[in-house]
Design a protein around this ligand. Sequence first.
Ligand code: OSB
Ligand code: MG
Length: 371
Amino acid sequence: MSFQIDEIRLRQVKMPLVHFFETSFGRTYERDMVLVEVVSDGLSGWGEVTAGENPFYNEEWTESAWMIVRDYVAPRVLRHPLETARDVAPRFKHIRGHKMACGGLEVAVWDLEARRKNIPLHQLIGGGARTEIPSGVSLGIQDTVDDVLRVIEKELAAGYQRIKMKIKPGRDIEDLREVRKRFPHIKLMADANSAYTLQDADRLQALDEFYLMMIEQPLAHDEIIDHVELQARLQTPICLDECIRSAHHAEQAIRLHACGIINIKLGRVGGFSEAIKVHDVCQQHNIPVWCGGMLESGIGRAHNIALASLSNFVLPGDVSASQRYWKRELLTQPIEATPHGTIAVPAGVGFGFDIDFPFLDSITVRQEIVR
Ligand code: OSB
Ligand code: MG
């Protein structure tokens, strides 16, 4: 049953984080994000562009995403006959990069298709392999090691299954030593967000002593080959994040032994079609995956939950409860974690949660409709 998108509504919303989030590339106090609503036959599907406020994680940021969606992404989808949401991603093949902008609209069409079929999004994408997804937390760099220990204590008490710590040169070996001394048995990993080069290989090798589950994206965001060399020197598996923007990259990284694990982010790879392909490539090669996060609002979070219900998402991911990020969620009900560190996959139609429209309107700073 083919359909077409009649109208695409863009919104920019600002939401302060309950606690700043610091990575090797900087601190975020407030999210400034672009939401995409696609309308067809009076039904709406929703997506979130996961770009940051600055072009530091990758080349995209709020402003670039707005322009790319408005001027390049939306016009390629509007009033074009679609059989399924799978027909959306190929329409962007001439757009270089800007996968998060493309992905924000692509995931909205998947949500729309699920709503048209009156089924949950997880079912439409072929997920539903589990009814609860295993949940971990990503902890930003804290001011002191004592703060790190305190935050870990709190998240473990809340039940989360694994702890990820952000590291950078100077906040790595010493911090991890303290954490391991205090918590010798927890599932622990570190994320460097590309803060090192091959010249730091000795320093990274020293982290083997802490038997981390994995070290995430130690080297440059666009550099698979150096990771091959580093992986050969480490016992700890490397997990690639920034480097993997397509299933092709995943296949190359796996073939070259650049990593043992891959983190999948919907935005980074341009939406569900490509995320599913990355998942499948990894599964064929026995590479486990987990779902990463980009400090999403409830809408992006809900899409992540659906994604993480695919069968090869066997490791706890970065998708955690709304209250860790927001005083008030964009949804009528916040997303919550269970005491055993999981998040229930919602049974409702589409992405499975209801948007809190009055609140959404109150934090919207810009709107534009593309017809
Ligand atoms: O590298 O995984 C990352 C946040 C912003 C940019 C990059 C990353 C992150 C996180 C946070 O680690 C994940 C989350 O809690 O949403
Ligand atoms: Mg990462």
